[in-house]
Write a protein of this length. Structure first.
Length: 232
């Protein structure tokens, strides 16, 4: 085999191109970076770029599209408890972001500087909530739709809260911390919660009671504050 044939470059994935775009956005600014510049930096034609992403606004969240597909594949498998499966799917997303923490942190900085991207991020979060709620309703046909929506919202908000802690501080937030918080979400909102099924969580788990009207964001924040007060 000749050296020329051995040097044929491997085509970039959508996520690879998205990562290049994030770095350009971070270096030059979102508004100042064009789709053409991204395509050139990625070594693809402008037409190929638009076939892959549709617009510059879409490129930055390409990994979310991939993660939602992975969640759908995960849900397609058999799971003993749908409530636990939703929490495990959220943990899967968290772990993927931990593996890509450098680029995820850069993206967070870019998104916080752009109202357009913040709006896009809000839409993306709603896709996770819808995916979780739809799965619960499919697996539990008699379930009150509001219960499914409430649980999906709480799981998503808890995941996002812990992810923001990881991204925006030096705290070493890991899967164990997220798992403990999701156990609390299940205890509060899952009709079938059984504490005997949580043996994989630390025996030092703290159980706290909050008003039913507590929002998912306030719930996650209050749990964090109480744990800090207890552990010092």
């Amino acid at each position: 085999m000749s050296d020329a044939s051995a040097a044929v470059p491997v085509p970039l994935t959508r996520v690879d191109v998205a990562d290049i775009a994030v770095r350009l956005f971070h270096e030059f600014g979102y508004e100042a970076t064009s789709a053409t510049q991204i395509a050139e930096a990625a070594g693809v034609s402008r037409s190929t770029f638009f076939r892959q992403f549709g617009s510059k606004d879409d490129v930055i969240f390409a990994d979310h599209d991939e993660l939602l597909e992975q969640i759908s594949s995960y849900f397609a498998s058999q799971h003993e408890d749908p409530w636990t499966a939703v929490c495990e799917a959220a943990s899967l997303v968290f772990e993927r972001f931990r593996e890509r923490l450098e680029i995820v942190r850069l993206r967070d900085l870019v998104v916080r500087e752009s109202q357009v991207l913040r709006d896009r991020e809000t839409v993306m979060v709603s896709r996770y909530e819808k995916t979780f709620a739809t799965y619960l309703r499919q697996m539990l046909p008699r379930l009150d739709p509001l219960v499914a929506i409430r649980f999906a919202s709480a799981v998503t908000a808890t995941h996002n809260f812990e992810l923001r802690r990881l991204i925006r501080s030096d705290a070493r937030v890991g899967p164990e911390e997220l798992a403990a918080e999701l156990v609390e979400v299940r205890r509060l909102l899952s009709p079938t919660f059984d504490s005997s099924t949580t043996s994989g969580v630390s025996p030092d788990l703290v159980v706290a009671v909050f008003p039913a009207s507590t929002s998912p964001y306030d719930l996650a924040r209050a749990i964090e504050e109480r744990l800090r007060a207890i552990t010092g």
